[in-house]
Write a protein that binds this ligand. Structure first.
Ligand SMILES: [Zn+2]
Length: 76
């Protein structure tokens, strides 16, 4: 399978999915995705997307909590 964006072959890999919910950044580790090594495009199967959404909705206890420093590139 080739990347929709640049045409580079995509490889199946486990990635960390991140999404910002209100003021929290939520990470889901070990998500299967097809990844383009050239441009970074990621594709998730419909079943994976469904499970990701469920994971967000359920708001079950996370496996662990990370502290995340946030930098503003525009700030001096
Ligand atoms: Zn690509």
């Amino acid at each position: 399978m080739k990347c929709d964006v640049c045409g580079f072959p995509m490889t199946e890999r486990m990635v960390t999915y991140s999404i910002q919910l209100e003021d929290k950044l939520v990470l889901v580790e070990h998500v299967p995705a097809k990844v383009c090594d050239q441009c970074g495009e990621r594709l998730y199967s419909p079943a994976t997307v469904e499970r990701l959404q469920k994971t967000m909705w359920e708001k079950r206890s996370p496996s662990r909590i990370l502290q995340t420093p946030v930098f503003d590139f525009a700030a001096k």
